[in-house]
Design a protein around this ligand. Sequence first.
Ligand code: ZN
Length: 200
Amino acid sequence: MSTSHPSQTRLEGLIEALRRLPGVGIKSAQRMAFHLLQHDRDAADQLARALDGALAAVGHCARCHTFTENPLCDICADDERDAQQLCVVESPADQAALERTGSYRGLYYVLMGRISPLDGVGASDLGAGQLMDRALDGRVQEVILAVSFTAEGEATAHVLAEALKARGLRVTRLARGVPAGSELEYVDLSTIAHALVDRR
Ligand code: ZN
């Protein structure tokens, strides 16, 4: 699927594509395109190949939905992990933050987003149904909601907790040591580790 206009030049097409990245406006997109074409064609080539390769090879784990090049990610495929605990995070970056603490040995479910009514993202867009199926595998005893302490994270936690509890699952949430408004990715490791231990 291409969004390029027929009369659009290739340079304009590149700028338009770069502009679609989060936080990139028209000026930044122009600067990046000019830089790549004028000063660093090697980097441009590397970027094109990396994108091509990632698009072709990277998909989602069948069990936790995180990015992986295999049917199951390394964590889901690891028999040493505790299958009784399922930790729900918003992103692979948040999952990585929890992994770095070294204090969690359970499994994950990665939402790849959070509920955001303003952006039209509801529970079904987040794959809440898939999460229910995953949590009801008969082995999971506790679902730990490790979504961010932002307004959208709170909304996400509320909706998911209600749905999970209605299916008879034990649901806990990271303790309030994590500052309000934070995304886990940016919180220091010891704070996350404590919030994990003090969950309720
Ligand atoms: Zn997985």
